[in-house]
Design a protein around this ligand. Structure first.
Ligand SMILES: [Fe+2]
Length: 239
């Protein structure tokens, strides 16, 4: 927890400039007002792989992709902020329905803020289609961008960090000591974190929808490949 420092007497009053760190909503520029309304409505499930930092990274990915691809930035901002607004654990039987439940809740939240039907529906579709496990094909540019932006955070250095973090929460081992690379068995990513790369993460780069997303995904895919080679070397079983 960060404790703001008291300013020396020679500095201007704390209100100008504001003391302390900027609020989480500041990272959603230029939609800070929307973010400051929506962030307090989101669940805090104590999951560090689906927290406000994840939303901030997805927004930064959205902006990078939208700079090349276009898209309605306000619909994208609301979609990004609300895409995980219903928390469902990875190992829950409700997992495949999580994005549909989130779309439903997003609709109710935006209706409460006075959003119109078509714009709310645009957000709801992007939210329901973003998820890997839902299997809903995106039908709009905004839905494609959100799916790519969220998926970018599942690969690369952040993907590695989130994979091992989630494995720890689920009580998985780092890898199978007898067969780290699953060469003589099927992959089992519920038991072994390393198996999640073969089972899912190494296949994601081929699933991106936009040209910008595909390019960014390839960089992150290569980071994962480098990490896996180094991990295999340190395990003592190079590939
Ligand atoms: Fe997400």
């Amino acid at each position: 927890m960060t404790t703001p420092l008291s300013p020396p007497a020679s500095l201007p009053p704390a209100s100008f400039p504001p003391a302390g760190l900027p609020p989480a909503s500041a990272r959603f520029a230029p939609y800070e007002p929307l973010a400051s309304l929506l962030l307090p409505m989101l669940p805090d499930a104590g999951d560090g792989s689906h927290d406000v930092a994840h939303l901030q990274r997805v927004w930064s990915n959205v902006l990078a992709i939208a700079a090349e691809e276009g898209g309605d930035r306000e619909v994208l901002a609301a979609s990004c902020l609300l895409h995980d607004c219903v928390a469902v654990e990875k190992n829950s039987p409700l997992r495949a329905q999580a994005s549909r439940l989130a779309a439903e809740r997003a609709g109710a939240i935006l209706a409460g803020l006075g959003w119109t039907g078509p714009r709310t529906a645009a957000v709801q579709h992007a939210v329901e289609a973003h998820s890997f496990s839902a299997g809903i094909p995106p039908r709009s540019l905004e839905a494609e961008i959100l799916q790519d932006a969220d998926r970018l955070d599942a690969i690369g250095a952040l993907g590695i960090a989130r994979c091992f973090y989630t494995a720890g929460r689920m009580g998985s081992a780092l890898y199978d000591a007898a067969d780290p690379h699953a060469e003589r068995r099927g992959t089992d990513d519920a038991r072994f974190a390393l198996d999640h790369f073969q089972a899912k993460l190494l296949h994601l780069a081929g699933s991106f929808r936009t040209a910008a997303g595909r390019r960014l995904a390839m960089l992150r895919h290569q980071r994962m490949q480098r990490f896996l080679a180094e991990m295999a070397d340190e395990i003592g079983q190079p590939r």
